[in-house]
Design a protein around this ligand. Structure first.
Ligand code: FE
Ligand code: FE
Ligand code: ZN
Length: 167
């Protein structure tokens, strides 16, 4: 793809996000299944639901531009998901594995936060106010997911279960 102006760049960014979000809709149920803590499992399930919404918002943005939704491989998300899978298979102790899962998921959320922040700026620059609003909604959900995971990590790391397992 030849990127020659801001609109091309914006389209490239949302094509990457479209791929990233679709990969996540497949990965999150597996992460939920791998989680030992029911709270963590619920957090992954909840964000899975939100992620399906992220996919459809991107579709509406494509359609609003008169384009059919297209995904271009997001190598970063591919790699982040792979790291998560490696963590799960490398850690046998359940509380420790949960901590590893959260570390992997926080990386995912930070990637998305960065990507939606840029996409929103580009959309604003292009005068696409509806797209700005949709990107903002998704961005807020990514930030909330990130914070929730961080809170879970903090409460788990201080939990007795983990302390006993690690001794
Ligand atoms: Fe997302
Ligand atoms: Fe990417
Ligand atoms: Zn997310």
């Amino acid at each position: 793809m030849n990127i020659e102006n801001m609109q091309d760049l914006f389209v490239e960014q949302i094509q990457d996000l479209y791929d990233a979000e679709q990969r996540l809709t497949k990965a999150l149920p597996e992460m939920a299944e791998a989680a030992a803590s029911s709270e963590l499992r619920r957090a992954f399930e909840e964000h899975h639901g939100e992620t399906q919404g992220h996919v459809s918002r991107l579709e509406r943005i494509f359609e609003g531009m008169g384009l059919s939704p297209k995904a271009t491989t997001c190598d970063a998300m591919k790699g982040l998901i792979k790291e998560g899978e490696t963590i799960v298979s490398d850690i046998k102790q359940s509380a420790l594995r949960d901590a590893g899962l959260i570390a992997a998921a926080n990386r995912v959320e930070h990637y998305e936060i960065a990507a939606y922040g840029s996409a929103k700026t580009f959309a604003r620059n292009l005068g696409m106010e509806r797209a700005v609003m949709m990107l903002e909604e998704t961005l807020e959900e990514e930030k909330n997911a990130d914070q929730k995971l961080t809170q879970l990590a903090e409460s788990m790391i201080n939990s007795e279960a983990l302390q006993t397992q690690l001794r």
